[in-house]
Design a protein around this ligand. Structure first.
Ligand code: GCU
Length: 129
């Protein structure tokens, strides 16, 4: 398993790396903007092609889920992936999906489909096939 912190993610315009909610991994977390189309994107490396486990650390203190489209290398591989409420911005959970990666560098992006934007994103853990 390799951890990619959200501090090293690429965020759509206006997104910030924050550290005001404790309990996150690393030095902070990604706070993407509250807007449809707002995203966080990581570049991850796979030693070989195949199905990988993608585990997103996140927090969502609101009552509503925060749905995103999950894309790999520009292709949506899972739409309407909902990040459930965690109860507090300091309560972190993980959401895991499986997706195919190519050998070498891959972009993994979560793009909000509602005006709430994505949940606060802490990290992406990638486990090789
Ligand atoms: C609050 C919280 C942020 C969070 C935001 C949101 O402002 O402090 O960390 O990103 O809500 O609703 O997304």
């Amino acid at each position: 398993m390799t951890r990619y912190e959200a501090e090293s993610a690429t965020l759509s315009a206006g997104g910030t790396v924050d550290a005001d909610h404790a309990g996150h991994s690393g030095t902070g977390f990604a706070n993407a903007t509250n807007a449809v189309g707002s995203y966080g994107e990581w570049t991850v490396t796979a030693a070989a092609a195949g199905a990988a486990s993608l585990s997103f650390g996140y927090a969502n203190a609101t009552a509503a889920t925060r749905p995103v489209d999950l894309s790999v290398n520009g292709q949506v591989v899972a739409s309407g992936v909902t990040f459930p409420a965690t109860g507090a911005w300091t309560t972190w959970s993980a959401l895991t999906r499986t997706a195919s990666l190519t050998a070498g560098a891959n972009t993994v992006r979560v793009t909000a489909t509602t005006a709430d934007g994505p949940a606060n994103l802490d990290y992406l853990d990638v486990s090789a096939p």
